[in-house]
Design a binder for this molecule. Sequence first.
Ligand code: HSE
Length: 440
Amino acid sequence: MRNIMKNKQPVRVGIVGFGTVGSGTARILLENAGLLEQRLGFPIVLKKIADLDIKRDRGFKVPAGVLTTNAADVTDNPDIDIAVELIGGLKMAKSIMLRAIQNGKSVVTANKALLAEQGTEIFEAASKKGVSIGFEASVGGGIPIIKALGEGLVANRINAVYGIVNGTSNYILTKMTDEGRPFQEVLAEAQKLGYAEADPTLDVGGGDSAHKLTILASIAFGIPLSYPKIHVEGITGITPLDIAYASELGYKIKLLAIAKSEDGVVELRVHPTMLPKEALISRVDGVMNAIYVNAKETGDTLYYGRGAGDVPTGSAVVSDIAGIARGLVCGASPSPGLIQPAGRQKARIRDMGDVRSLYYFRFTALDRPGVLSRISGVLGENNISIASVIQKGRSKVEAVPLVILTHMAREKDVRKALKKIDSLRSVASGSLLIRVEGNE
Ligand code: HSE
């Protein structure tokens, strides 16, 4: 290893991917170079930025000789110590990361999808080669949640990590709530304004939140990256009607990513959740993210901030670069990062059917004598106890919404009951459930 400190050499960085986060990262490295050197005691130099499009103006000046269209100018370059992968996607990003690792470089990435789905292979490769993987930017954008969990709370036994980790969905739900507008309309507007992707599936379908939850849970509970075991529901089925009922009952609807550990069993789920209006997390609106950590030793801590964007996410990337650079300068032997493959405990993941929650149900039922008793009968047969009922509309011929809040119930029982209720002649099919967080 180069003796960077003794020779007063800078730590040298190369970026692959000059898109939104790549630009934010480069901008910080260039514009805050003096500040970083003052804080670290040594300079960090941006040697190369590789992208297919190096002509577009990113709004700041890049020094001559830095831009290249060849990723190998980063991954295979002996004059680069840290390679930053910011192209996103799976296949090419993975081969770039593995190539850089093979060439003895530590890697920094924001790629949650790749880490959640194939991260084990990457962490193992880094571990074998004795280099680090930094991934602060993969969850919560500019919020330093990875370091909070892996370093700040390293002495804690974590009970739960949960929060709003997808800004697009939160923006859409906030607009739907504030303006009473339907999902499709708000999504189309968000796409027009550039707040939602042309293909929004990962964001609104919950997949992006599940990727982030996978990473958080792995650090929090020391378990493997268990992405396939996460129960995932997005926000596409949420209607203004449910938002209005939730509000009347004292709740707001948020897309929550939830990881809990109890007696060695881990619960991993992403779904729309009704939260008491007065809870702090209910006030996290627009594109903002917020993540709670509940730990045995420290109790609750809450992390709030911008979960996306060029410079906020770039700030997280640069924090990893700085951390790895400090290690290089001290001559510390690098660790593969906060997810160390060798230390993972085998996880027992709770089956979604065994999860217990409070529930909101919305049925569409004919307003006839005996209908409510039939529905409540099915709920009772399945050990589901009713906490409250709202039925407002009145129509002799048309079905009207009937809303029920339950006490604590088991998901398996709920699914069985809803199936039976949907088959009743007086109830239209397609009953809706939303899980409720809060006290009984
Ligand atoms: N697509 C993500 C979001 C941002 O909407 O929060 C990047 O993680």
